[in-house]
Write a protein that binds this ligand. Structure first.
Ligand SMILES: [Zn+2]
Length: 357
């Protein structure tokens, strides 16, 4: 910690400052003496105890905005950069980067909150939008909290799909460690769902920043997740296995999909029965050829359906009466037009969904 600090008359010679009780002014000097090189203090309570100042002194500083407080008990001297000039070679950046990022440096050098609402005269700093978006995405996700950790673990040692380096490491400072990449960034409406996630190395992730990417290794992520992850599977499995029917944990599920599940899937993805059965065959083929097993074959089937639709959008078959009854009547131009419109609507809806996911 620095042993010397500066104060500017521009600040401490103002009426606003001099009108404050002496005890409050003293607290200001003591806080500023002990702040880090960016003006942050994380132990103001200890300092107050040490010099015997009252809680009110601190409140006055907050209210008069000589200091800005954060929810976490960290505070910053608002006019830090007016008071202090620190030589570059002596400067050590604060450890409170997150808080610092929530501040704007005004033209005169004082700090101000990027986004704030006034409560009880104390400015509380709101979460920045990116942080809020990210937390909301996690909250609204169907993935368990352990997802990121488990997937990163699985991809440790695999190849980064962008730079082809071997992804390795767990520590924050490992710049080749596997990290979660949202193919459509959260900031652009992408969701924290397995269909929107790839795993790339830390340094590529930083380079890409907020750009949209193609699916990269998303298919592998889905695959790994179907194999190791699906946290809901054991729960579903318990009651289904015990009942001894519709056993989604066994590949035989795909060979004899319950009628209500077929109905559910045709309804959900607007495809015909045959499409569902074909995809079930695909899953079976895939498992047999690759020696793969899933914890939840219904979930695997759903993912195959979604993937197939995404890759072959023109193959979407709208479930219509004609299709269901098996008759292949020649369509009138009007019928064809309405079917085309339907397909377009579904396709748009799906690509929306895909991009959301
Ligand atoms: Zn990389």
């Amino acid at each position: 910690m620095a042993k010397k600090r500066m104060f500017s008359l521009q600040i401490v010679d103002t009426d606003a400052f001099l009108e404050m009780p002496l005890s409050t002014q003293a607290l200001y000097f003591h806080l500023a003496m002990r702040a880090d090189d960016d003006g942050f203090v994380d132990n103001h309570k200890k300092i107050m105890k040490m010099i015997g100042s009252a809680e009110d002194d601190f409140k006055v500083l907050l209210t008069k905005r000589f200091v800005l407080g954060f929810e976490t008990g960290i505070m910053v001297i608002k006019h830090w950069r007016i008071n202090n000039l620190i030589r570059n070679d002596r400067y050590t950046e604060t450890t409170y980067i997150e808080q610092k990022n929530r501040l704007l440096i005004k033209e005169n050098g004082s700090y101000t909150e990027l986004d704030c609402d006034n409560k009880n005269g104390i400015k509380k700093i709101k979460k920045p939008k990116w942080l809020k978006d990210r937390q909301d995405a996690l909250k609204n996700s169907s993935l368990p909290y352990s997802f990121n950790y488990k997937i990163r673990q699985e991809f440790n040692g695999k190849i980064c799909p962008i730079c082809n380096c071997e992804m390795r490491g767990y520590k924050y400072s490992d710049n080749k460690r596997p990290t979660i990449q949202h193919n459509i960034p959260i900031s652009k409406g992408g969701k924290h769902e397995v269909e929107n996630i790839s795993v790339i190395c830390r340094s590529c992730n930083e380079t890409i920043s907020d750009q949209e990417t193609d699916e990269l290794n998303n298919k592998e992520v889905i695959d790994v997740w179907n194999t190791i992850g699906n946290q809901m599977a054991p729960q579903v499995r318990l009651d289904k296995v015990r009942l001894g029917k519709n056993n989604i944990a066994s590949i035989s599920y795909l060979k004899n999909i319950p009628k209500e599940d077929i109905e559910e899937l045709t309804e959900k993805y607007k495809v015909g029965n045959k499409f569902i059965l074909d995809r079930a065959e695909d899953v079976i083929d895939y498992c047999e050829s690759k020696g793969k097993a899933y914890k939840n074959y219904k979930a695997a089937l759903r993912n195959f359906i979604k993937m197939h639709i995404r890759k072959n959008p023109t193959e979407i078959v709208v479930k219509t009466k004609t299709f269901e009854s098996g008759e292949r009547k020649v369509r009138t131009p009007e019928e064809q037009k309405s079917i085309d419109a339907k397909i377009k609507k579904i396709r748009d809806g799906l690509s929306d969904k895909m991009s959301m996911k």
